[in-house]
Design a protein around this ligand. Structure first.
Ligand code: FAD
Length: 432
C-alpha cells in the first residue's frame, strides 16, 4: 500500500504541510503532479507558466532521484483520468494535498474526493498557502471584512495567538516511494515548447524589505521582491516568508502579503465576483467595448507612454509592476470604458503570477466595482502618474525606445474628454 501526495500550488519539497503529514505515516509516499487538460487546453504552446512549472518539477524530481531513488509521477490528463490510472497501478491508502481556494479547484477537489471515497480511500487536505483561510479572520459578529484596514488589523491580532511551527517535510523524504521510473510526461508530449521568457529570481533581503515602502512605487528600479510567480506556485514556503516580513520594523511589505490573503478570502466567500461586480450597480455601466481600442491597449500603442510601457513590459516579460497594473487598468476601464473583465482576461493570459483572487480583486479595485475599491470619480491621470513615479522617464524609455520619433502614435483619446465621458457614464450607472 502507498500514500499519494498531490502537488498543486505548493511546488516545493521543504516546509510543505500536506507533504509533511503524508510522509509522517507508515506507508511509502508517491508524489504526484497532474498537468490538468482542463487548464492546459486553453493555453498557447509556449506558455511561460507551463515551462516554469515544468522546470521546477524537474528540479524536485532530480533531488528525489539523486538522494532517495524516488521520483514524481506526472500525468497529462484530467484529474479524474490521472487518479484512474494511478489506482490501477497502486493500492492507495489515502491521498494528501494542500488546499486550493479557487472556484474551479473547489469543484475539482470535491469530485476527486468523492471518487476516492467510493473506493474507501481518504482524501486529506491541509492549509499551506496562507496563514488564515476561509473564516479564520472574521468580524466579531461573524461575517467577512469587506474593507482592508480592519481585516489587516484583525489578521495581526489573530497572528499573535498562533504558533507558526515548521513542517519539515524535507527531513522525511526518505519515506518517498522507491522507484525512479514513475510515469513522466515531457513538454513536447503535451504539445508545449519551452518559453523564451525566463522568470527572474526573487529578492527578499532585509535591505529590500526595510526600504520597500519608499522603493515599491518606482517602476524603473528593482524596488519590489518579484516573488509573485514563486508565491503563485508555492515554490517558496509562505510561513517563513511571513516571519521574514515580520523581522523588519516597517510593516508595508507584510501588509501586501495580507492583501493577498484578503483577496483570497473575498473570492472564497464570493466566488460569483470572478465575473460579476462586487457592487451590483457597477454591472449597469454601459461599457463602450471598442475592439480596435482594446487591441491598441493590448499592444501598448495607446499614445500614452506610461500605459504603453506597462503593457509592453507585460507582453515581453509576463510581469508588470504594480503601479503600472493600476495605471493601465484605470486607463482601460475609465479612459476607454472597456469592461474590466476584458482586462482581467488579458492579464490572466499573460501574467506569470496570474492568481484569480488578486487579479479579480485588482481589476475590480481599478474599475471601482470591488470591495474597498477606489471611488469611481478618482480617475488616474496618466501624465501626473508619470510625474510622480517616473519623472525622468527611465522606465518609459526602457520599454518605448521610439518614444521621441514619428513612429510613436499620438494619444488615442484626449484625456479631458475621456475623463468627463467616464464620469458621466459611471454616474448614470451608480445612481440609485
Ligand atoms: P511585491 O510588491 O514585492 O509584494 C510581495 C507580494 O505581496 C506579491 O508577490 C504578492 O503576492 C503580494 N501582493 C503585493 N501587492 C498585492 C496586491 N495589490 N494585491 C494582492 N497581493 C499583493 N498579483 C498577483 O499575484 N497575481 C495577479 O494576477 C495580480 N493581478 C493584479 C491585477 C491588477 C489590476 C492589480 C492592480 C494588481 C494585481 N496583482 C496581482 C497585485 C500586484 O500587482 C502583484 O502582486 C505585484 O505586482 C507582484 O510583484 P512583486 O512580487 O514584486 O510584489
Amino acid at each position: 500500500k502507498v500514500r499519494v501526495f498531490w502537488f498543486r500550488r505548493d511546488m516545493r519539497l521543504e516546509d510543505n504541510v500536506g507533504l509533511y503529514h503524508a510522509l509522517s505515516g507508515d506507508f511509502p509516499v508517491v508524489p504526484l503532479f497532474i498537468f490538468d487538460k482542463h487548464i492546459l487546453n486553453e493555453l498557447p504552446e509556449d506558455d511561460a507558466r507551463i515551462s516554469f512549472i515544468f522546470e521546477q518539477l524537474q528540479k524536485m524530481r532530480s533531488h528525489l532521484q539523486d538522494h532517495y531513488e524516488s521520483s514524481i509521477a506526472t500525468y497529462y490528463s484530467t484529474p479524474e483520468e490521472a487518479f484512474h490510472e494511478l489506482l490501477k497501478e497502486f493500492e492507495v491508502e489515502a491521498v494528501y494535498t494542500n488546499r486550493d481556494y479557487e472556484p474551479y479547484a473547489h469543484q475539482r477537489d470535491a469530485k476527486i474526493s468523492a471518487l476516492l471515497a467510493k473506493q474507501g480511500i481518504e482524501f486529506h487536505d491541509f492549509k499551506d498557502q496562507v496563514i488564515f483561510e476561509k473564516t479564520e479572520v472574521e468580524k466579531n459578529d461573524g461575517g467577512m471584512y469587506l474593507v482592508f484596514t480592519p481585516y489587516m488589523k484583525q489578521w495581526k491580532k489573530e497572528f499573535e495567538n498562533i504558533d507558526l511551527k515548521p513542517f519539515p517535510s524535507e527531513d522525511l523524504l526518505g519515506n518517498t516511494y522507491k522507484n525512479s521510473r514513475l510515469p513522466n510526461v515531457s513538454l513536447s508530449d503535451m504539445g508545449f515548447v519551452k518559453s523564451s521568457i525566463q522568470v527572474p529570481d526573487y529578492t527578499i533581503t532585509k535591505d529590500l524589505l526595510e526600504h520597500y515602502e519608499s522603493t515599491r512605487n518606482i517602476p524603473s528600479i528593482e524596488g519590489t521582491s518579484r516573488l509573485s510567480p514563486y508565491l503563485r506556485f508555492g515554490m517558496i514556503g509562505y510561513r517563513k516568508l511571513v516571519q521574514k516580513a515580520l523581522s523588519v520594523k516597517n510593516e508595508t511589505f507584510l501588509n501586501e502579503l495580507i492583501w493577498r490573503e484578503f483577496y483570497k478570502a473575498i473570492l472564497y466567500h464570493h466566488p460569483e465576483t470572478q465575473n460579476r461586480a462586487f457592487k451590483p450597480k457597477y454591472d449597469r455601466i454601459e461599457w463602450r467595448n471598442d475592439e480596435n481600442e482594446f487591441e491598441k491597449w493590448k499592444k501598448g500603442k495607446t499614445g500614452y507612454p506610461i500605459v504603453d510601457a506597462g503593457m509592453r513590459q507585460l507582453n515581453e516579460t509576463g510581469w508588470m509592476h504594480n503601479r503600472l497594473r493600476m495605471v493601465v487598468g484605470s486607463f482601460l476601464c475609465k479612459h476607454l470604458l472597456i469592461d474590466w473583465r476584458w482586462g482581467e482576461a488579458y492579464f490572466a493570459e499573460k501574467l506569470l503570477d496570474y492568481e484569480m483572487s488578486s487579479n479579480v480583486g485588482g481589476w475590480q479595485w481599478v474599475a471601482g466595482s470591488g470591495v474597498d475599491a477606489a471611488p469611481y470619480f478618482r480617475i488616474f491621470n496618466p501624465y501626473s502618474q508619470t510625474d510622480r513615479f517616473d519623472k525622468d522617464k527611465k522606465y518609459i524609455m526602457k520599454w518605448i525606445p521610439e518614444l521621441n520619433t514619428d513612429r510613436y502614435p499620438k494619444p488615442m483619446v484626449e484625456h479631458k474628454m475621456a475623463r468627463e465621458r467616464c464620469l458621466e457614464t459611471y454616474k448614470e450607472a451608480v445612481k440609485s
